[in-house]
Design a protein around this ligand. Structure first.
Ligand code: ARG
Length: 589
């Protein structure tokens, strides 16, 4: 289905053509002066030179052709040569009715389903999830949903950090605490226990302690490196231990991501490409993509046009060990061979941008990807506290994601209980979590991903302003009106939308017609913030309509039915919008 802007542009283009001008001049945009008109066209200004005519003369002629056109209430030529456009209520209504019959409400779906791999989340095994991981999960989940909705096949992969020195650190830390475990007895001959020799909380203590110690104690660090090497080389006791670490950690991660309504298709990690690395390294050497430099193996990725230095991509360290780079490249190789995707998208802290420039260039140069494979880096900024520094607990420590969610859940629970005295504890809890998620996710997603933002709990949880709870509150308001309508004997699904009978109704309808445009633009730019901006405008337009209209008290049954249809549509669009952002609405709040 054609988007509103396309339809209007086509009509205006026809008029340019009929008046003897290039139809391409008829490109219409949303008005940047909504007080004057709804849409505008600056084509006459652009064509003036080519046709050697004053722009207002062209605009006059085109406007003339558009009089008595059912699509418009008014097309006006204004000096020096703009076309100000107001569409007809009938056009808006019929567009909405048609859009509701479309599969994805007017979104243009590609002819085939292109596959994209989305790399997001990226937590590190054995370390507690902290708020830094929040952004990747929240942004990635929304991008996944937006791309799916716009007709892509998306495979979301968590890409666990489950290999490398951190695992050696945990093993060495554990050895220090529990030296008597069979895994540390070189003479042990038996099978390794099925039960993990630690709990998740123990595990989470071991890593930070070991990491700290390795920075102060050379001997300890050397041991951790040795343990890492043994693990990677397949030393059985450490592999067995590593499986325990992975299992305990992944069970905990699954729990946490579930609370966030974040859901991965693949739970793979760096370790999964361990066996891909040797072959990839050989291939890079054979084709002379990689060369030795000071004992290390590197691929040059600098380009002549670079304005800043892009260092070579290191594939192997001088001791032959692989790096973060190496696993990422091997993962690209594996993903290409296994899924043949059209593109790969990474949602990672923007401080890793240079790193991904190197990796992407290296993947292209070494032909691990096809020339046409899209490689996207969605780098996100830091989540800061109100002091403008990275978000911390009140005690100044790293805030654990679990605790952050629990804190906001609690705050919302108190608020919901206070506002709905008859609500059961169970419903209040469920509602509180929904509202809390909307606060956290919308607070994040309403910013452009690359921007740093301040995590302001009071602002984000407010039921007013540009917040998740405000959007939910609007939806709950609509749900409550629809329920009352049904209780009074009305049948919501029989309601029929009519042409707008007020400015507020027209404004709301115009916004509804722009749904597909906003989703497509969010998909094209991997920018969930576009959806936030759209549903915020839509909620505002709805609330203006609501405050100026007697809905249930309307005596004219046709009008009332039309209002109800408008409410149902608004609710449906808002529901779709928040689902694309990764949260949902309660029945009341
Ligand atoms: N585990 C990494 C980190 O915590 C993020 C992983 C990002 N994804 C990737 N393919 N490198 O920094």
């Amino acid at each position: 289905m054609e988007k509103v802007l396309e339809l209007i542009s086509k009509e205006v283009g026809d008029a340019f053509e009929a008046a003897g001008y290039d139809r391409e001049l008829g490109k219409v945009t949303i008005s940047n002066r909504p007080d004057l008109c709804e849409y505008q066209c600056n084509g006459a200004m652009a064509g003036a030179k080519k046709y050697g005519k004053a722009p207002f003369m062209i605009a006059d002629e085109v406007a003339e052709k558009l009089q008595n056109n059912g699509m418009f209430d008014k097309v006006e030529s204004v000096k020096p040569g703009f076309l100000n456009i107001i569409v007809s209520g009938d056009f808006a209504r019929s567009y909405i009715v048609k859009m509701l019959h479309e599969k994805h409400m007017g979104v243009t779906l590609p002819g085939h389903e292109p596959t994209f791999i989305l790399d997001y989340g990226g937590p590190n095994v054995a370390k507690p999830l902290h708020v830094g991981h929040l952004r990747s999960a929240v942004i990635g989940e929304s991008i996944k949903r937006i791309l799916k909705y716009t007709g892509h096949k998306v495979i979301g992969d968590i890409h666990l950090g489950d290999w490398g020195l951190q695992m050696g650190l945990v093993i060495t830390g554990l050895k220090e605490r529990k030296p008597d475990l069979c895994y540390f007895d070189p003479d042990y001959q038996g099978a390794y226990p099925k039960e993990a020799p630690f709990t998740v909380s123990e595990l989470e203590e071991i890593y930070p302690a070991a990491s700290k110690k390795s920075k102060e104690d050379e001997q300890f660090k050397a041991e951790a490196m040795e343990a890492t090497k043994l693990l990677q080389d397949g030393y059985k006791p450490y592999r067995a231990l590593w499986h325990h670490i992975l299992n305990v950690s992944v069970a905990d991660l699954k729990n946490n991501y579930k609370k966030l309504s974040v859901d991965f298709d693949l739970w793979r990690g760096e370790s999964d490409v361990h066996e891909v690395i040797p072959g990839m390294v050989d291939y890079m050497k054979q084709h002379e993509y990689a060369h030795e430099s000071q004992g290390a193996l590197v691929v040059d990725v600098a380009e002549e046009t670079d304005t800043k230095e892009i260092p070579p991509c290191m594939i192997l360290k001088s001791d032959g060990a692989s790096l973060y780079n190496t696993t990422d490249l091997a993962t690209i190789k594996q993903r290409m061979e296994e899924f043949h995707p059209e593109g790969l998208i990474y949602v990672v802290d923007k401080r890793q941008e240079l790193y991904f420039t190197q990796v992407f260039r290296c993947a292209r140069k070494t032909k691990l990807v096809l020339p046409e494979t899209e490689l996207h880096f969605v780098g996100f900024g830091t989540m800061n506290g109100s002091d403008g520094k990275p978000f911390k607990t009140r005690q100044g420590g790293v805030m654990r994601l679990e605790n952050l969610i629990a804190e906001i859940d609690e705050k919302m629970y108190a608020r919901i209980k206070e506002g709905n005295l008859d609500i059961s504890d169970e419903e209040a809890k469920d509602t509180a979590h929904k509202v809390a998620l909307s606060a956290i996710k919308y607070g994040d997603l309403s910013n452009q991903p690359s921007k740093d933002y301040i995590f302001d709990v009071d602002k984000f949880t407010s039921f007013e302003g540009d917040t998740g709870p405000y959007i939910l509150y609007t939806m709950v308001r609509i749900k409550s009106i629809l329920k009352k309508y049904e209780a009074e004997g009305g049948v919501v699904k029989d309601a029929k939308l009519d042409n707008p009978d007020s400015d507020a109704m027209k404004a709301l309808m115009l916004l509804l017609t722009r749904f597909a445009d906003s989703v497509e633009s969010a998909a094209a730019d991997l920018a969930p913030n576009r959806i936030c901006a759209y549903i915020y405008d839509l909620s505002n337009a709805f609330n203006s309509f609501y405050h100026g209209t007697k809905i249930l008290a309307e005596a004219d049954e046709n009008k009332k039915s039309s209002y109800i249809a408008l409410l149902t549509t608004t609710l449906k669009i808002l529901e779709t919008g928040i689902d694309l952002l990764g949260f949902s609405a309660p029945e009341r709040m």
